[in-house]
Write a protein that binds this ligand. Structure first.
Ligand code: P6P
Length: 322
């Protein structure tokens, strides 16, 4: 089934509004345009090159960060999107549309990987318009999802009315997203984790203790061997978890400025946590569900610990007991 047919069926059964359906359709068109731009990166222009500018959080901007954002904003201009809340902008962009929906975006997650041909992606969150315009708590999102630009361009998407996310893959022969597999479910148990172990000296006690049990394998409290993956693009690690299970951790640590980790609540953690809970997993900041956090600012960070329910339950207990 093509994505537009999937959207049309949801419109017909009343589970999504016309505004939501149109925004998703336009985001998909933007992702196709970004895919085509990436395919010629390094041929016509090095899109992994730094622009010399930095985004609101001080991250070095790459050419593709800027181009991806421009493509997305252009595609959203003709929808019922009232504001765009972007990682690349200090403040929300008012589109001038009298729409009921705000869209938060990380236009190009993992952009440092562009220059080395590793999967990157676009993360999006659809929220009810608020006059501030301030982002809602993650649990109140209208829809959320992300695209990956890797060996294939893919999409994982969930609406508020869904009981599970749905995945799509771009058929580049006809530029159509095609539904793949059924309802996505994260198995409650796993032996695969994603964390940047280079920071282990900086982790706080709960993560240190959990990792001690994990690395102890059969002799440890969890009694089994694990394996580790770390792509350096959250969308790539998350996509793997939605396909074969696992857990992802970017916890807070004692590095200066990293008490709440590196990832942003509104346009990274919230959309992916929304998908994770829809898929039967858990997403916490250590002690509480990420989706229950009330955003205080657009670029605020949060520790992110998400995926298989059994492991996340263990990690939550370790945080609550500390
Ligand atoms: P580190 C990419 O810059 C990102 O925001 C996430 O996509 C990714 O998981 C993380 O940062 C990688 O961070 O500290 O390992 O480079």
């Amino acid at each position: 089934m093509q994505l537009q047919e999937y959207i049309n069926r949801r419109l017909a059964d009343g589970s999504i509004t016309t505004d939501i359906g149109m925004i998703i359709s336009h985001l998909a068109d933007a992702a196709i345009a970004i895919t085509q731009t990436i395919r010629v990166s390094g041929i016509e222009e090095d899109l992994g090159a730094e622009t010399g500018a930095a985004n609101a959080d001080g991250d070095e901007q790459k050419a593709l960060d800027v181009m991806a954002e421009e493509i997305i904003i252009t595609h959203l201009k003709n929808t019922a999107t009232s504001h765009i809340l972007s990682e690349e902008q200090d403040a929300p962009i008012a589109t001038g549309q009298d729409g009921k929906v705000m869209v938060a975006i990380d236009p190009l997650d993992g952009s440092s990987n562009i220059a080395v041909n590793v999967t990157v992606g676009t993360i999006f969150s659809l929220m009810p318009r608020q006059d501030a315009p301030v982002a809602c708590a993650g649990r109140d999102q209208l829809a959320a999802g992300f695209f990956t630009y890797g060996p294939q361009t893919t999409l994982i998407l969930a609406f508020a009315s869904d009981s599970a996310p749905q995945c799509f893959v771009l058929d580049e022969r006809n530029q159509q997203f095609i539904a793949m597999g059924g309802a996505v479910e994260i198995p409650p148990e796993t032996n695969e984790y994603a964390i940047n172990a280079a920071y282990s000296e900086h982790w706080f006690a709960p993560v240190q203790e959990w990792m001690g049990h994990v690395l102890a394998g059969h002799a440890g409290a969890y009694g089994k061997p694990y394996r580790m993956r770390w792509v350096g693009s959250m969308v790539a690690d998350a996509w793997r978890i939605f396909q074969r299970g696992g857990v992802f951790l970017y916890p807070g640590d004692n590095r200066k400025g990293y008490a709440d980790g590196r990832l942003r609540l509104v346009y990274e953690a919230n959309p992916i946590s929304f998908l994770v809970e829809k898929a039967g997993g858990m997403a916490i900041n250590g002690c509480e569900d990420i989706l229950d956090i009330q955003p205080q600012s657009l670029h605020q960070r949060t520790p992110v610990i998400l995926g298989a329910k059994q492991e996340i339950t263990r990690l939550k207990a370790l945080h609550l007991n500390k």
